[in-house]
Ligand binder design. Structure first.
Ligand SMILES: CC(C)(COP(=O)(O)OP(=O)(O)OC[C@H]1O[C@@H](n2cnc3c(N)ncnc32)[C@H](O)[C@@H]1OP(=O)(O)O)[C@@H](O)C(=O)NCCC(=O)NCCS
Length: 181
């Protein structure tokens, strides 16, 4: 897909961890990182459209202010390799009181099966554990066995709830998983 890892902006800091994967650290994106966030988010939506409730068309018009607001509302983590950002995941307060949601999980295809997805999920778990949340919920598209296996391995279980991924396509369903903290 002609991918060039998203360059890290000068403000990236707040090293979260990364010992489990050689050369990868997990960083928290700040509102000032909106341009790098935009680039990796649009790459994710283009690469895996069935995995997300939003589309490139929904988000390519977001303004810097929109993106900064999102980065304030969603605690967004990125996997940082030597030459740029190669994956993301975020945590945000969920609809259920005391529950956080894990959203926006993506690793670039060239970097998969190296443990980076696991690092990003653990960063969101650590963030939620340090906040007053009792559980993390997420939605995964039915048939996305890679993502479901990743989440199951880290303690998430199906709740039995399903819903359409996007309102405009009732045939594409996602299932809910949850993990107590
Ligand atoms: C799902 C996704 C984030 C996984 O990222 P990753 O960096 O490859 O995940 P990891 O390397 O940390 O994998 C951890 C474990 O998850 C499971 N897993 C990951 N990818 C898998 C696959 N393709 N098939 C089966 N199991 C898989 C395995 O148990 C794996 O451990 P192992 O490699 O030791 O067998 C990545 O495939 C992706 O970005 N997919 C497209 C976007 C997407 O589906 N997002 C989820 C939205 S809910």
């Amino acid at each position: 897909m002609g991918w060039i890892p998203v360059p890290r902006s000068g403000t990236l800091h707040a090293l979260i961890g990364g010992g489990a994967v050689n050369g990868i650290s997990v960083v928290r994106l700040r509102p000032s990182d909106w341009a790098a966030y935009r680039q990796i988010r649009l790459a994710a939506l283009a690469d895996a459209p069935s995995a997300f409730g939003s589309t490139v068309a929904d988000e390519e018009g977001m303004t810097p202010a929109d993106l900064q607001t999102r980065l304030i509302r969603r605690s967004t983590f990125a996997a940082s390799a030597s030459d740029g950002l190669v994956g993301t995941a975020a945590g945000t307060p969920g609809d259920v009181a005391g529950h956080a949601d894990l959203v926006g999980m993506w690793v670039h295809p060239d970097w998969r099966r190296q443990g980076i997805g696991g690092l990003l999920v653990r960063a969101v778990i650590d963030w939620a554990t340090a906040s007053p949340f009792r559980a993390i919920d997420l939605w995964v598209t039915v048939g996305n066995d890679a993502a479901e296996a990743l989440y199951a391995r880290l303690g998430f279980v199906r709740t039995g709830a399903t819903q359409p991924v996007r309102e405009d396509d009732p045939t594409l369903l996602e299932l809910e998983m949850t993990r107590p903290l």
